[in-house]
Design a protein around this ligand. Structure first.
Ligand SMILES: Cc1cc2nc3c(=O)[nH]c(=O)nc-3n(C[C@H](O)[C@H](O)[C@H](O)COP(=O)(O)OP(=O)(O)OC[C@H]3O[C@@H](n4cnc5c(N)ncnc54)[C@H](O)[C@@H]3O)c2cc1C
Length: 398
């Protein structure tokens, strides 16, 4: 007999896990979330940038994010600023947002077990029950929302470690001169050997200064690189004046593209465990929430139907693939090209990007830039038609 028995156990209380638990428990079944840390969002592993229209759909309160309407980009010898009238991007208060999502699930009736590190997951002999941590917990289904490490799927031998991934580090810092409605993204070798660096304002006193590096393309240590660009006050970091770090955040994010199966008998993979973040800037929060909600819903229907087969659960995979598979592949192709650009080519790339309006830029970064947008863009900016940037844009979004 196990100590605790549930219909569905969700491993991980990040945005994917809390969202899956919320929609599952809303359908009146017994749900638990297991979290290894002492509380939700104890360690922050993200910069928390996302898009306002998405978080509105998830009912995340406005007081939990800072709005961004201007977007500056810096390369070796170039800098551009794309100004907007309305804010499209948001920098989340990550702890408040993740607690809001977890609380929602708990309020509906999910049990949250913190300080519960899942190390061993087995499928019982009759293939009916999932057994977690030597019989401490059992459930009919498990949703792996453990993030990059995918502890459930790996413990069950369903998946292997990611091959290509982003590693990032940032300091949440006080700084003297912050422009709260403007972010800075920095590209080229002086910022990151294979990735980009960022300044994301949290409010008028606090910014997140960070750097992302793609493995295995570069083996440079991300924290050393971050310390270096802050110490040398490279590019727009200089404009921040005196910087006082408050907290170090770091983490890993899959960048292999959507290569995994995400539905198995009794098991679903959601969020980073499923590997469906947007490769262009490696953002995954909104997809973790959106498809976490869908996974929880389909899992609860499986419980009601007493059918936890891969066949039944694959509806989840069908839905997320229908919605974003093509977008991820398009962004993946652009990111692959970006990883090969040298400093001079980045200078040129910014000259193309500067022709985008704020709205077009955000649609592009979100992978929502379709063929019609590309054609409108070229009609307004005919000189751009010959650029490699546009050619790849046209090819990938056609
Ligand atoms: C440096 C960095 C910056 C990023 N910046 C952005 C950004 O600006 N915008 C954006 O949208 N995305 C960003 N991302 C990606 C984003 O953080 C992820 O896509 C998102 O967090 C995925 O959510 P998740 O719920 O799947 O996983 P996670 O947020 O990683 O949550 C996983 C949860 O599972 C728990 N867990 C792990 N192992 C176990 C275990 N064995 N037992 C129990 N619990 C366990 C963890 O403690 C954690 O609470 C960034 C990633 C990194 C690394």
């Amino acid at each position: 007999m196990s100590e605790f028995s549930y219909d569905i156990i969700v491993v991980g209380s990040g945005p994917a896990g809390s969202s899956a638990a919320y929609s599952a428990v809303s359908n009146d079944i017994k749900v638990a979330i297991l979290e290894k840390e002492p509380c939700v969002a104890n360690s922050v592993r993200t910069s928390g940038v996302t898009w306002i229209d998405d978080i509105k759909k998830f009912s995340i309160p406005e007081k939990f994010y800072n709005k961004i309407k201007n977007y500056s980009f810096h390369s070796h010898n170039n800098k551009i600023l794309i100004k907007g009238d309305t804010p499209f991007a948001a920098v989340l208060d990550v702890r408040k947002t993740y607690n809001f999502l977890a609380q929602r699930a708990v309020d509906r009736g999910a049990d949250l077990f913190t300080n519960n590190n899942v190390t061993k997951v087995q499928l019982n002999k009759d293939q009916k029950l999932i057994n977690i941590n030597q019989n401490k917990f059992t459930s009919k289904m498990v949703i792996d929302a453990s993030g990059f490490r995918s502890v459930v799927a790996r413990s069950l031998g369903l998946v292997k470690q990611w091959r290509v991934f982003g590693t990032g580090a940032e300091y949440e810092s006080y700084a003297e001169n912050i422009v709260p409605d403007t972010w800075s993204l920095m590209v080229g070798t002086k910022y990151s050997p294979s990735g980009y660096a960022w300044i994301f304002p949290v409010n008028k006193h606090v910014v997140r200064i960070g750097v992302g590096i793609t493995r295995p393309y570069s083996v440079i240590n991300q924290i050393n690189q971050l310390n270096k660009i802050i110490k040398n006050k490279v590019g727009p970091i200089k404009d921040l004046g005196k910087i006082n770090p408050i907290e170090l955040h770091y983490g890993l994010i899959p960048n292999d593209g959507p290569i995994r199966n995400t539905a198995y008998d009794n098991v679903l993979l959601v969020g980073d465990s499923a590997g469906y973040s947007n490769p262009l800037v490696l953002e995954g929060i909104r997809y973790a929430i959106k498809f976490g909600l869908i996974a929880g819903d389909i899992a609860s229907k499986a419980i009601a139907a007493e059918n936890y087969s891969k066949n039944f659960l694959s509806e989840y995979e069908k839905q997320w693939k229908k919605s974003i598979y093509k977008k991820i592949i398009s962004s993946y192709m652009i990111q692959k090209r970006w990883l090969k650009l040298n400093d001079n080519e980045w200078d040129d790339e910014l000259n193309i990007i500067k022709n985008l309006t704020a709205c077009e830029l955000i649609n592009f970064m979100k992978s929502d830039f379709g063929l019609i947008d590309a054609m409108k863009f070229i009609t307004k900016n005919p000189h751009v038609a010959v650029s490699n940037f546009f050619k790849i844009l046209h090819k990938t979004f056609s």
